[in-house]
Design a protein around this ligand. Structure first.
Ligand code: 4NP
Length: 140
């Protein structure tokens, strides 16, 4: 059965689109379906942040066709694994889970936070990429 993975961050324009692109890079579409979403509604239907697009392309990962969306209650049923990029997102997803048993699907993508690079610079985006690349390789 196809593994269904959802990665969640705050805006779905910086960290989780890169995580989606990296998961897709290492897995086949036949085996794994990957998507990403936001806990907030700050950036509905927006393209990824240009800095995430640029870092992705530098590593041969094209995330330009992705569009941001907010997580929905049904996602907790539809996906098998839901990865939070940091502790605050993890906590928020516990609150948003429509049923107690669905909370178990929520995990941290790494054992430490993937820090929000939104107010940072190119180096912060590169650090996010490297951390995601390394933890995602361990998860697949
Ligand atoms: P993301 O980064 O959660 O990695 O997509 C952010 C994007 C936008 C905002 C914060 C974080 N914002 O405040 O608009």
């Amino acid at each position: 059965m196809k593994r269904k993975i959802l990665v969640v961050c705050l805006g779905n324009i910086c960290r989780s689109p890169l995580a989606q692109g990296i998961f897709e890079f290492y897995t086949s579409r036949e085996e794994v379906f990957v998507d990403s979403a936001a806990t907030s509604n700050y950036h509905q239907d927006a393209s990824p942040d240009n800095r995430s697009i640029k870092i992705g392309l530098k590593h041969n990962i094209d995330i330009r066709s992705q569009r941001s969306r907010q997580i929905k209650a049904i996602d907790f049923t539809n996906f098998d694994e839901i990865y939070a990029v940091d502790q605050s997102i993890f906590q928020r997803l516990q609150e948003l889970a429509p049923e107690k048993k669905l909370q178990k699907k929520v995990k941290m993508i790494d054992d430490r936070d993937v820090h929000d690079p939104y107010y940072g610079d190119e180096n912060d985006f590169e650090a996010v990429f490297q951390q995601l690349d390394s933890c995602i390789q361990k998860l697949i």
